[in-house]
Ligand binder design. Sequence first.
Ligand code: NAD
Length: 245
Amino acid sequence: MKVIISGYGRMGKMVEQVCRERGHSIVDIWDNASDRDKLSTVPDGVVVIDFSLPESAVENILFCFQKQMPVITGTTGWYQQLPEVKKMAEKFNGTLFYAPNFSLGVNVFFQLNRLFARMMTSLTGYRVSVEEIHHVHKLDAPSGTAIRIAEDILVSHPEFDSWQNSPDVPENVLPVISVRQGEVPGTHKVVYDSDSDTLSIKHEAKNRKGFALGAVLAAEFVQDKKGVFTMRDFLIDRGFPQEFL
Ligand SMILES: NC(=O)c1ccc[n+]([C@@H]2O[C@H](COP(=O)([O-])OP(=O)(O)OC[C@H]3O[C@@H](n4cnc5c(N)ncnc54)[C@H](O)[C@@H]3O)[C@@H](O)[C@H]2O)c1
């Protein structure tokens, strides 16, 4: 597979390493908008893997649609523009795979969280909270992963009207707590706490490799497909039990 890396920061460098390990060739690297705009001809069978900035992701995605290059993006913080991006994918018959978290472990965690929320909603006396810890360079808070976790909890917990990125929230709001600490690659926790006990589930990334590997596997998965894809499509293809998706 021929790969263009869009965003050559912490994640872009890890994607490069994983691509090389899997025998893919890196044909271009963009680390700003002008690198991207210098692309003169589109190499045959190329895919773009984007881990850039919240404010540059959409432009990069639309550029890829126009050039008929499948694009995989792990960039978070732009999802308010998702409906518009989906329309553009359709208009240009483009290929987009987006995920707030490409770690396969986190995607198992998402399913555990939904099941956990369904079980816990039948019990009284538990207060639920979501916590995410990331390195101090992270630009968005809460993480895209924490937002997905919170929204999945809301589906099963009608006592909440919404979530808020604060530890101090009224009764009808689910608290999502963001901590920025050192070089932590990404930790997510869901805690149900009562006067008598605490139940929790936690995913702790040890490094960035799991995210990069997931993105490269996603690129391998979509390289010959058209449309908009998420980890759900990938997991179904991999035989993940559908009753949990
Ligand atoms: N989905 C996941 O699994 C996952 C995992 C980790 C990080 N992320 C997200 O990925 C993004 C990147 O994270 P990071 O830690 O590598 O950040 P980073 O700051 O280390 O790297 C971002 C890079 O993008 C470059 N850039 C700026 N403008 C650009 C443009 N127009 N086109 C291409 N590149 C441009 C910057 O120069 C920088 O090198 C963030 O949004 C982060 O939240 C997602």
